[in-house]
Design a protein around this ligand. Sequence first.
Ligand SMILES: Nc1ncnc2c1ncn2[C@@H]1O[C@H](COP(=O)(O)OP(=O)(O)O)[C@@H](O)[C@H]1O
Ligand SMILES: [Mg+2]
Length: 372
Amino acid sequence: MAGVRLEGVWKRFGDVAAVKDMNLEIKDGEFMILLGPSGCGKTTTLRMISGLEEPSEGRIFIGDRLVADPEGGVFVPPKDRDIAMVFQSYALYPHMTVYDNIAFPLKLRKVPKQEVEERVREVAELLGLTDLLKRKPRELSGGQRQRVALGRAIVRKPQVFLMDEPLSNLDAKLRVKMRAELKKLQRQLGVTTIYVTHDQVEAMTMGDRVAIINYGELQQVGTPDEVYNKPANIFVGGFIGSPPMNFIDAALTEDGWVDFGEFKLKFMEDQAEVLREANLIGKEALFGIRPEDIYDAMFAQVKVPGENMAKARVEIVENLGSEKIVHLRVGDITFLGSFHSESKVKEGQEVDVVFDMKKAHVFDKKTEKAVF
Ligand SMILES: Nc1ncnc2c1ncn2[C@@H]1O[C@H](COP(=O)(O)OP(=O)(O)O)[C@@H](O)[C@H]1O
Ligand SMILES: [Mg+2]
């Protein structure tokens, strides 16, 4: 096993910088997610780690071994990096059985027949494929095929797994199931895994840590809890969480208050202290709060009229069964609340809403960085 380290890695395609000064350390045995919108440079990063792509600049280590360093003239080809990749399109060999598909990488490496047999059986057992070994890919369901592709990757016992959106071709239900299976498998094997996805739910549910990328630039690296609770900037705040965080333009006027024009809210004492220290009192800022931190007052624990409450008009109610996503308006200001499933709010009515100010965020509009 081995960790992976990227130091100042750039990848340029002509004028386009697909990856910009990437510094990232993935620990031995860690499940790291690379998360970001389409085109942000996730696949390019993964391909550089695998050796399918050479960085334009910077250094890549697998374990202690330097595998790419254009300045130093170092480039270790993919087959010598001891990694295995699983892609979105996991082309299995259609004419081969499940057994032969899984055995293929071992045969390619001239592993003795006896050992091939043992390892294929072991992997099949692990993935619940034992009864399917004689079948051809076309006789399998989508989930089973994806498991065969995984089997083919893990049978070699590589030091690192690289996975590029491996579940995105599966239907929604199967994806949820495979998500849990993959996570369990990674825990069992303990192999360092770098997993690319644009799906923040996959990232949050599977990763030990999540590296969030936008326009080729690393935005934040942290545990799912950290990136959810302490987003480093506006991009991360808006990308993690569903429905997304509400952002409202605001003035941090008097000591410890946020003024939206239509209404005001009072920060917690420690938040006010941070704002004072950051010299933000009297300035414009972007206020952020998640829908799940806005309550129908009927279901709120701490209600202080004039401090953490506002009267809002209900524009739309989306009933998800487990919760109600409520589109709210105060004057020109609109935001979403994720209300308790038993909330009785109706479209067109006025409702008292409570903001859990402990969960509020403030972002500097110029730097886009979070103050808290
Ligand atoms: N071989 C290539 N030649 C030119 N541009 C490329 C190439 N590969 C990727 N890019 C560009 O680099 C950027 C990042 O692409 P990619 O890493 O595939 O993003 P992601 O996997 O996050 O969707 C995109 O703008 C893409 O068009
Ligand atoms: Mg991609």
